[in-house]
Each structure stands twice: as C-alpha cells, then as structure tokens.
Design a protein around this ligand. Sequence first.
Ligand code: HEM
Length: 176
Amino acid sequence: MRLTPRWRKALLVVHVLTAVGWFGADLVLLTLAVAGLAGADARVVYPAAALLAAWLFAPLSAVVWLVGLVNGLGTRWGLFRYRWVLVKLVLTTIMLGLVLFLLVPNLRAAAAQSLEPGAGGHPDLIAPPIVSGSLLVFMTIVSVYKPWGRVKRAEGPARVTATAQPTPAGVRNVRR
Ligand code: HEM
C-alpha cells in the first residue's frame, strides 16, 4: 500500500502537528508538576494534570503512534526498513505504554489524594514529562536527519532474489 503524494503530505501534516501537540502537552504537565511542588493548591494542580493526561496526553500519544504506523506503512520508508523509523516506532510504543498504564493511573491517584486533608506535592511527577519531552525532541531530530541507514536484511540467495527492490544502489537515506 503506497499513499499518493497528496495523501502522504496530508498525513505528514497530521503526524507533525500531533507530535508537536504531544510535546506541548508535556510542557503543560511539567508546569503543573512544578507548580504542585512549589506550593500551588494541590486540589487544583493535580486534578488538572489528571484531566490533561486522560483527555489530551493519552489520546495524542495514541494518535501519534497510529499516524506514525500509517506513515511508515504507506510510504517507501516502511516500519522495519530504516533504523530511524524503527527507533521511533520502538520509543513511541514504549512511551504510549507508559502513558496509558503508568502516567494516567498515577495522576488519577495524585488527583484523588489531593482532595485529602494535608495533601502535599508529588516529586515523582516531575520526571515523566521531562523524559517524554526529551525523547520527543530526540525523535524530531532523528526524523529530520534520518541517520543510521537501512536495517540489514538476512542474507541468502533465495531471499535476495525474492526481495530485490528497485531502489537506487548505494543510496541510503534518499527521501521518496
Ligand atoms: C510510531 C512511531 C512513528 C513512526 C512509525 C514514524 C514514522 C515516520 C515516517 C515513515 C515519516 C516519513 C513520512 C513521509 O516522508 O511521508 C515520519 C516523518 C516525521 N516524523 Fe515520525 N514516526 C513516528 C513517531 C514520531 C514522533 C513521536 C515524532 C516527533 C517527536 C515524529 C516526528 C516526525 C517528523 C518531524 C517527520 C517529518 C520529517 C521530514 O519530513 O523530514 N514521528 N515519521
């Protein structure tokens, strides 16, 4: 399945926009986590962070992951052909899992605790947006520079013949 140039561009716009949105949501989460530690009202900060995670951060992560899959499958880049795509696939999949199964439940718990008398800050909520934001910056750089070339294929006469591709010989990182 190959996307037509028009669909490819449209999907790339959605891909980049949603990834940028994910990064923005990271910054908001970090702001809330820092505010919570700096003494802002926990009954405001943590329910807001939990809402943001459940209604924006988690859906955006899933959309970035899904659109990334379609981007890979619908273009000559594939999902497992180039290392820069494979690295993004692995990192995004891990991040999506952490968001859905760790961050959202932790923020829900923090929001519930914040309603109890004498509730304080949660230092453990600072690291997730920093790690996630740094990985997103890394993946943006990797996407633009497209380093590391192709994933090596298993050698073998039968396989080489069967999978021969009409790609330009010796060219590793050509777009399109
Ligand atoms: C499942 C994870 C992902 C996969 C499989 C994936 C795959 C791809 C593919 C195949 C392209 C090239 C599309 C084309 O040329 O039409 C692309 C472009 C791009 N991706 Fe991803 N991506 C993923 C996640 C991400 C994330 C998390 C970010 C940002 C942090 C990101 C940022 C970008 C950017 C900025 C481009 C445009 C690069 C350019 O046009 O030079 N991607 N991605």
